[in-house]
Write a protein that binds this ligand. Structure first.
Ligand code: ADP
Ligand code: MG
Length: 292
């Protein structure tokens, strides 16, 4: 690889960013790339499944304790992945984005990134609010491409639409642009179609659909990624495919978000179909169940 690839993964809390990011990092690492994953969520659990279920001290913690040397910031994860957790303040105290600002500044100013020289840096960012520190990875010179994880839940798509608005604010100042949408926790083709339709309306694209899978849950409980814990599963192949697509994808799209009531009006057009698809699924489960 001639140039380092730097991407940020955004999405609503609990939507599957860290799960997707850690599996993506693990798959990229298996493909032979050196990867750095930077958790940018006050939850501090981005890199946990890369480290056998164990959390690492955060950048903000080490700064507080004045131990900000390299050894206390970058931790070794699955297959040599460089793991960093930005950290955040105590709940209810201060700006939650402060850890992200501190982490990115420290990684940059101390030459840490140059020292480790990863092929790919992935920032895993809580994207409910794209303000202050949370916008930092979008700004000029940090990440160049943004991927956003969403399910077909309206509030998850709402968060993506907000992210697109945030991206536009920095777009003319050299900020990151959209690489693609990752549809997560997919259970039926209607959910895929809805996310696809959102991408069409906003002038973006869907890079991959990731099914909802109990393999992911099982591996998480074992403290590992699906790539590590179930490498032969279909789900692992989905993540490997995502990794290949991310490497090849050069898209940098200026999104066209919905404004005003347009998003909720669009959301309404999908309700009947989504409910119908869920009913079919439930009926199938019941009829399968009755045969037992
Ligand atoms: P986020 O980082 O966006 O807050 P997480 O990655 O921590 O979200 O995921 C939240 C929960 O959803 C976790 O328990 C995770 O195992 C589960 N999850 C995420 N993606 C999937 C999937 N495709 N299939 C099954 N469970 C998933
Ligand atoms: Mg997370």
């Amino acid at each position: 690889m001639t140039k380092r690839k730097q991407i940020a993964i955004y999405g609503k809390g609990g939507i599957g960013k860290s799960t997707t990011t850690s599996n993506l990092s693990a798959a990229l690492s298996d493909l032979g790339y050196s990867v750095m994953q930077v958790g940018c969520d006050p939850k501090n659990d981005s890199t946990t499944t890369l480290r056998g279920g164990k959390t690492i001290p955060t950048v903000l913690d080490t700064i507080r304790e004045r131990k900000n040397n390299l050894d206390n910031i970058v931790y070794d994860g699955y297959n040599g992945i460089y793991c960093v957790e930005a950290g955040g303040p105590e709940p209810g105290v201060g700006c939650a984005g402060r850890g992200i600002i501190a982490a990115i500044e420290l990684l940059d100013s101390n030459g840490i990134i140059e020292d480790y020289d990863p092929d790919i840096i992935i920032y895993d960012v809580l994207g409910d609010v794209v303000c202050g520190g949370f916008a930092m990875p979008i700004r000029k010179g940090v990440a160049e491409q943004v991927y956003t994880v969403t399910s077909s839940d309206y509030m998850a798509i709402y968060a993506v639409n907000n992210l697109f608005k945030g991206i536009l604010k920095y777009a003319n100042k050299g900020g990151a642009l959209v690489g693609g949408i990752i549809g997560n926790s997919i259970k039926n083709s209607t959910q895929e179609a809805m996310i696809e339709d959102f991408s069409n309306h906003t002038g973006t694209n869907v890079i991959n659909y990731v099914p909802r899978s109990s393999t992911v849950t099982r591996c998480e409980l074992d403290g590992v990624t699906t790539i590590e814990g179930a490498p032969d599963s279909e789900q692992a192949e989905v993540y490997r495919n995502l990794a290949r697509n991310v490497i090849e994808n050069k898209d940098k799209i200026k999104p066209k978000p919905f404004y005003g009531d347009d998003l909720s009006e669009w959301g309404f057009t999908w309700i009947t179909e989504l409910l119908q698809a869920e009913k079919v699924e439930r009926d199938n489960i019941q009829s399968e169940g009755s045969g037992i």
